[in-house]
Design a protein around this ligand. Sequence first.
Ligand SMILES: Cc1ncc(COP(=O)(O)O)c(C=O)c1O
Length: 387
Amino acid sequence: MNDDVVYLDNAATSYPKPYKVYEEIQKYLMYYCANPGRGGHKMAIYAGNAIYEARKDIAGFFNINNPLRLCFTKNATEALNIVIKGILKPGDHVITTSMEHNSVLRPLKYVEKCLGVEVTIVWGNNFGEIDADSIRRSIKKNTVLIAASLSSNVNGTILPIEEIGSISRENGLMFLLDSAQEAGSINIDVVKMNVDFLAFSGHKGLLGPPGTGGLYVRDGINLKPLLHGGTGSNSKSSEQPELMPDLLESGTINLPGVVGLATGIRFIRNIGIENIAYYKQLLLKRFYESIKDIKGIKIYSLTDNSKNSGILAINFSGFDSSEIASILDTQYGIATRGGFHCAPLAHETLGTEKQGLVRFSIGCFNTIEEIDYAANALKAISGKLVQ
Ligand SMILES: Cc1ncc(COP(=O)(O)O)c(C=O)c1O
């Protein structure tokens, strides 16, 4: 554990991880790191079983009935690309929102330019709140997909996902949910939320290591794979297997990563996701109350607990956000992210397209002392900089 840093950059990736995650990764790397599904010897079978158990547990976490509909990817970006490039055809129409990360916006821009897919962006209000009815009103005859994130990585605003899922189902569309930001502190139920594709990052709120993520594809939907290659199955054939997860899982699986991710998810289950959500909200509220009256501060995040995933996005008027993040880092040992956050339309929505913003993102291992320390650092910075 790095005691020199107050880590408030959990929206980028979570730190620290539960101790058990480190232990399991090390155990698999040291003793069981054979290639799962690629051999009949004991070590390969042990590795294959670990992947099977991980797939089962992770599927259960999202209420995915058939674990074979879940494939592992290296991150949420890969999962989102698989869907956007694997399902859309020329002339199709997609609806998305202004609060999306570039991992949704850029593949959509690509299919718009290269395939002639039509894209409609539904804009959020000043805090990035999305009106589900605007999504409903954007549906056209050729609409096939709605792509939306659970919450914004820029300011934490949670989107009305259950409503969007219902709209999608009622209109016979497919719904792609990018859960990179909220998975691990909100219950995600792909059945209840009418999710057809669930993309997730393993390394953020799910507490796994970098290089992990996944994609759920609802039964009955066929996707074109992004990659073709060895799967350990049907080895005599030069055709890509059509069955999931092999269809989308070419190449050697990141065994220690997937084991680490499953361990992170089991940790969350043991603690209770509602306890994690409650604790993060407690810290968020305390942070907001301590900084809201600081001279010169502007806050871009909602403070209503049910609408914010655990991010406080701020600026000091007239100061560059990267400069403030750098002062926090070098003078106070606080890790945040300044500048721009891979979501250009979200910055436009919030009015921070020129200066960016400083993002404090809370994780389940932050303490009250760390939150108070960060609030005091902001008070001190304001005292020095703001006239
Ligand atoms: C909302 C959102 N979607 C997708 C991603 C991409 O996640 P990954 O780094 O796992 O590819 C991020 C990363 O920050 C994100 O915040």
